[in-house]
Design a protein around this ligand. Structure first.
Ligand code: SF4
Ligand code: SF4
Length: 78
């Protein structure tokens, strides 16, 4: 069964600096993206970065990301 991973962007307000969940996930499920899409020839404003589940099929449900998040911003369910 695929995991459902939700991230509260209000709580996860600086994923570019934090990255704790990205680093701890053993199967690299999570990814950093932006809410503005690719911007040619322009540096993306750090405020536009968002953390999302990407490779849902790799999630084992270990909950390491949930436990490591200092903002309590991630929820994982099946
Ligand atoms: S529950 Fe575990 S495997 Fe799934 S995204 Fe979080 S750290 Fe990765
Ligand atoms: S650990 Fe929490 S606050 Fe840090 S990047 Fe991941 S979701 Fe955001």
């Amino acid at each position: 069964m695929l995991a459902t991973i939700t991230v509260d962007d209000e709580k996860c307000n600086d994923p570019l600096s934090c990255r704790k969940c990205l680093l701890i996930c053993p199967t690299h499920v999570l990814g950093l993206g932006t809410d503005v899409g690719p911007q040619k020839f322009r540096e993306t404003d750090p405020n536009h970065f968002i953390l999302r589940g990407v490779r849902f099929e790799k999630c084992t449900g270990c909950m390491d990301c949930v436990e490591v998040c200092p903002q309590n911003a991630i929820q994982v369910s099946f």
